[in-house]
Design a protein around this ligand. Structure first.
Ligand code: GLP
Length: 241
């Protein structure tokens, strides 16, 4: 695990951009695994800027996203499909048909889980971007999710719903369930890039980097992957010193 500690979120986004560009430029038809939440927003801004100014092209790139809320779709500005269009896809030249997210509104969610896992198996991620939850979740794989899990439906922890309530009008509006790539699907990526900032992530970052590898902290499994780059700010790294 390679760890890069940055002074602020600006530098964090810049370092993460370099890791992403290294993949995209060396393999113009790469599959990039993407994430939502506030952590990747700075990186996405920089990808858009770089695409416009330096002409980095995503025309042949394919993307797969980690997760989606059950019950939300593109018409909801809280859905992850909306988030991705708004924060990244509309600003770069990626083809809409090359972008993939689990469908939170599928009629048969069990079938949707199967479809998404089959899709991931057919196009393994050259890089998977991850944020980390304050409880150590990756994607929406909450503590005690089996390490060998594939795409599945999860009931969100109360703390996760509270953490994400800031994006909704009220806590009641935060969905109770999500569909997420499993931990095995994440670990199948050739390279993994984790971004985290802020003191509220310090404990999870410590457990991910230095803690025991345990299903109690889903992110700790990343210690077993052979190509992980963690980009954090000082506050998120503070307990690791
Ligand atoms: C959310 C997402 C995760 C994300 C994490 C951290 O619940 N499902 O993929 O990494 O929680 O979010 P944030 O970056 O907003 O702190």
């Amino acid at each position: 695990m390679k760890v890069i500690v940055t002074k602020n979120t600006e530098e964090l986004a810049e370092q993460a951009l370099q890791v992403m560009l290294d993949v995209v430029k060396n393999k113009p038809n790469a599959v990039i695994g993407l994430a939502t939440g506030s952590s990747p927003v700075g990186l996405y801004k920089k990808m858009i800027e770089d695409c416009k100014i330096n002409g980095t092209s995503y025309a042949n790139i394919k993307s797969v996203n980690l997760d989606e809320y059950v019950g939300l779709g593109i018409e909801s500005d809280q859905s992850y499909v909306y988030f991705m269009n708004d924060n990244l896809f509309k600003g770069i030249d990626i083809k809409q048909e090359n972008t993939n997210l689990p469908n939170g509104k599928a009629a048969d969610m069990a079938k949707e889980c199967e479809r998404y896992t089959a899709l991931l198996n057919s196009m393994p991620q050259d890089i998977q971007l991850l944020g980390i939850g304050a409880n150590g979740h990756i994607g929406f794989n909450e503590p005690n999710t089996p390490f060998d899990s594939t795409t599945h439906i999860v009931e969100l922890e109360e703390g996760t719903r509270r953490d994400n309530a800031r994006f909704f009008a009220s806590l009641d509006e935060v969905p109770t369930h999500a569909i997420t790539m499993g931990i095995a699907n994440i670990m199948n990526a050739k390279k993994i890039l984790v971004v985290a900032n802020g003191a509220n992530k310090a404990k999870a970052v410590y457990q991910m980097i230095k803690g025991e590898v345990s299903e109690n902290c889903p992110a700790s499994i990343l210690q077993k992957h052979n190509d992980v780059i963690v980009v954090v700010d000082e506050a998120a790294y503070s307990l690791c010193k």
